[in-house]
Design a protein around this ligand. Structure first.
Ligand code: ZN
Ligand code: ZN
Length: 164
């Protein structure tokens, strides 16, 4: 979804600026991270001699799946963004077009920065214990005992035989 802002007032006065704030609906799905909802943002729009630059911060709530224990946690992220808009973009990768000389779309800039800011390999806490490789229990909340004490198992006795 686009988030259009009228900027004809700024373009008629080069060097002028004003604040813009609001919310942008985002739907981002990565393997272990996602954002589904409104990103609140505050930005400063400043007109250039031949365009406009938008600089601001967006706040999103990201659903992060821990890479070790697979728990999903919601985390607030503050994401700075900056985007240059021109009537005729010189670099289509870095610059966006001012549409019809009157408005810009803030959504792609916020969407891209938020996507880049999501962790590729999220962990719920740096010392997350993860899942037991044998029974799959979440070791953070449900420490399993049984099979961890190998000396009690019949296989341990066999292993002793072969070790000697
Ligand atoms: Zn975890
Ligand atoms: Zn276990």
């Amino acid at each position: 979804m686009s988030h259009r802002v009228l900027i004809s007032d700024l373009l008629s006065k080069p060097g002028s600026s004003r604040k813009e704030s609001g919310a942008i609906r985002l739907d981002i799905d990565l393997t272990n991270a996602g954002v589904h909802g409104d990103a609140g943002f505050e930005a400063t729009l400043r007109s250039l001699s031949d365009g406009l630059v938008a600089r601001g911060d967006a706040t999103v709530f990201a659903d992060l799946t821990c890479n070790r224990c697979l728990e999903v946690n919601t985390e607030a992220l503050e994401v700075p963004f900056e985007q240059v808009y021109r009537h005729e973009p010189q670099d289509e990768d870095d610059e966006m077009r001012i549409e019809r000389g009157t408005w810009i779309d803030l959504e792609p800039a916020v969407h891209d920065e938020v996507t880049l800011s999501l962790p590729i390999v999220p962990v719920c806490t740096p010392d997350c214990l993860g899942l037991c490789p044998t029974c799959g229990a979440n070791l953070n909340s449900d420490p399993c005992g049984g099979h961890e004490d190998e000396t009690d198992s019949p296989f341990a006795a066999l292993k002793d035989l072969f070790d000697t």
